[in-house]
Design a protein around this ligand. Structure first.
Ligand SMILES: Nc1ncnc2c1ncn2[C@@H]1O[C@H](COP(=O)(O)OP(=O)(O)OP(=O)(O)O)[C@@H](O)[C@H]1O
Length: 572
């Protein structure tokens, strides 16, 4: 207790006005001089509870029920795993693949053969969800055909029965799906009944002011509070002022440029860096372009501020620096070459590439021409690290077994070096690239460890939800009021968010490395029954699928990735 603070020491005068919170210093995360900040982005950190509460107080029933309501209806607490137990609810409540935890069927595990159903609230008829929409599947989905029959037979509206359609998201990247879902909540004409119109208004107003929920809590030592975030960002960019976007990323400096992806916050391009003479090696670089500080909403979100982008830069740099650690090292996190602050017109050649991507894949993001000529952008330059796990074609389960070991060790090193929890390690955030190296090297508790590569190397990306301690500075994303993410279903992934919430007792500041174990369980499930294998009919494949299954049956007994790695690599 000597190196901890007095109970009230971390509060400022504003904090004292707020309702009492658990004492963070008792949660094993706050030492003297530690400052906690939860100013990272969260999709639903912007939830406006007061509006919803007022809405309820005003006596309006919540007719757009969420997943919790379904569970309450069936007598299950929303704090526990949301996937209901099959026996109690019938086998078919969520038409999905097997959840390793409940033995329930979860979507995304058994292939995508079955067409989803939707309830047309105009006609109260259940219809097949047309192919066109499957591509961007964000919908109200009725839980079961039994339920559908019940609704049909009783000729009652679903919400009169207390049965609701749940929020079903696609496996993987959820933020954009959730944003679209919120938008459909507002414009969905069939929901426009008077008794839920106030709720719709509440959701609508939440959506247009998404950054209001951001906050930072400083625990002590106000002298350390960063106030000039712009200077801090410039410092990390090694710049004194913003550079001109068109000049820094002129087409003459880039080869084979292509847009390869998009996030809720920005565009992702890939190019081959032009090397100096004599240097024959080509280097594939990824540009993550994030607009900041502008007043224009982008992709349905307010732009990040300097204050909000700073943690993303700090965490990316910290995770990258783990390749140079003294006692623990890994190359398992994105290799960041450079961060730049640029200003001005979006380069024309990048706009053209944006349009080609849009034609081919139909972008969900806003056209870059929406930006004013004085728009600021942060550009993260990262090493290109391959394809994400959802689209990667594994040779066999032997290869994926060692991929799992790479992920486990990378997480263990993160835990040891900076109390890192990824908290969003779905298969879209695991990149896989070919390598000619036979083994991937780590240092763990000063010991050199090697894992067979089996021809591939893993990189973990996207630290938006991650929790980390850097130089006595604890950074995390407060998801405590993220109702919709916790109400989502459609994949074991969405159970993991609820399981994390239980593990953390909804205190997202605390360090609970068990969350990494939960994601390892999810990854194992995907490797057993989710990813694509080229040679699934070999003995070797079957042998390693068995090994994965054995691992899956014990994984949840570990306390952390560190604990797990010590066991697997016999380090005790
Ligand atoms: N280093 C990299 N190498 C290869 N592809 C990458 C790399 N970094 C990002 N990508 C691609 O770009 C996509 C978006 O990147 P990222 O997840 O970092 O963006 P984001 O804006 O944080 O997304 P989100 O919507 O989840 O918040 C990834 O899914 C991946 O396909």
């Amino acid at each position: 207790m000597e190196d901890t603070l007095q109970d009230e020491a971390w509060k400022d005068s504003f904090d004292k006005l707020l309702e009492p919170r658990p004492q963070l210093r008792l949660l094993n995360i706050i030492k003297t001089n530690v400052r906690a900040s939860f100013n990272l982005d969260s999709s639903v950190e912007n939830s406006n509870h007061s509006i919803l509460e007022n809405d309820k107080k005003a006596g309006s029933e919540q007719h757009i029920l969420d997943g919790c309501d379904v569970l309450k209806k069936f007598g299950t607490s929303c704090n526990s795993i949301s996937t209901p137990f099959g026996k109690r609810l019938g086998t078919d409540l969520f038409h999905c693949g097997i959840s390793p935890i409940t033995g329930m069927k979860l979507d995304g595990f058994g292939g995508y053969t079955e067409k989803p159903w939707i309830l047309n609230r105009n006609t109260d008829r259940v219809e097949d969800f047309v192919e066109l929409h499957i591509k961007k599947r964000v919908c109200f989905e009725v839980e079961s055909k039994n339920t559908i029959e019940t609704i049909r037979n009783s000729k009652k509206k679903s919400d009169e029965l207390g049965i609701r359609s749940s929020l079903v998201l696609q496996p993987g990247k959820w933020r954009k799906s959730l944003n679209s879902w919120r938008r459909t909540q507002v414009v969905e004409p069939t929901l426009n009944r008077s008794d839920n119109s106030r709720l719709l208004t509440a959701r609508a107003s939440r959506q247009v002011s998404p950054s209001k929920g951001r906050k930072s809590v400083f625990l002590n030592d106000c002298n350390n509070i960063i106030t000039d975030y712009e200077s801090q960002v410039l410092k990390h960019c090694d710049q004194r002022k913003p550079l001109r976007f068109e000049v820094v990323y002129a087409p003459s400096k880039m080869m084979n440029t292509k847009k390869i992806g998009e996030g809720a916050y920005g565009e992702v391009f890939k190019y081959t860096m032009k090397r100096k003479k004599r240097d024959t090696r080509n280097c594939d670089v990824v540009l993550k372009v994030i607009p900041i500080e502008g007043s224009t909403e982008v992709n349905g979100e307010l732009q990040k501020t300097f204050e909000q982008i700073l943690p993303e830069i700090l965490i990316s740099k910290k995770m990258c620096s783990l390749r140079l650690g003294k006692n623990n090292t890994t190359h398992g996190y994105a290799n960041i070459y450079k961060v730049s602050l640029v200003k001005g017109k979006y380069p024309e050649h990048l706009i053209k590439l944006w349009e080609s991507y849009d034609e081919e894949k139909e972008s969900e993001n806003d056209h870059p021409r929406i930006f004013a000529d004085d728009q600021l952008f942060i550009v993260l330059e990262l090493k290109f690290s391959g394809e994400d796990m959802s689209s990667f074609k594994f040779v066999n389960a032997e290869q994926s077994y060692y991929v799992l070991q790479q992920i486990m060790l990378a997480l263990a090193v993160g835990e040891e070096e900076c109390q890192f929890e990824h908290r969003d390690l779905h298969w879209g955030n695991i990149l896989i690239e070919p390598t000619i190296k036979k083994e991937i090297s780590y240092k763990f508790h000063t010991k050199d460890l090697k894992v067979f590569s089996k021809g591939v190397k893993v990189t973990i990306i996207d630290y938006t939800l991650s929790r980390i301690t850097i130089d006595e500075f604890c950074n995390f994303n407060d998801l405590s009021s993220d109702e919709e993410l916790f109400a989502a279903s459609g994949d074991y992934q969405y159970d993991i968010y609820r399981l994390m919430r239980d593990e953390l007792k909804n205190n997202w500041a605390s360090f609970a490395p068990k969350t990494n174990v939960l994601w390892l369980s999810y990854v194992t499930a995907k490797l057993i029954d989710g990813v694509y294998y080229k040679s699934a009919n070999t003995k070797l494949h079957k042998l390693y699928i068995e090994k994965l299954r054995t691992f899956q049956s014990t994984i949840l007994s570990f306390e952390s990735a560190t604990h797990c790695a010590k066991q697997v690599f016999d380090l005790n």
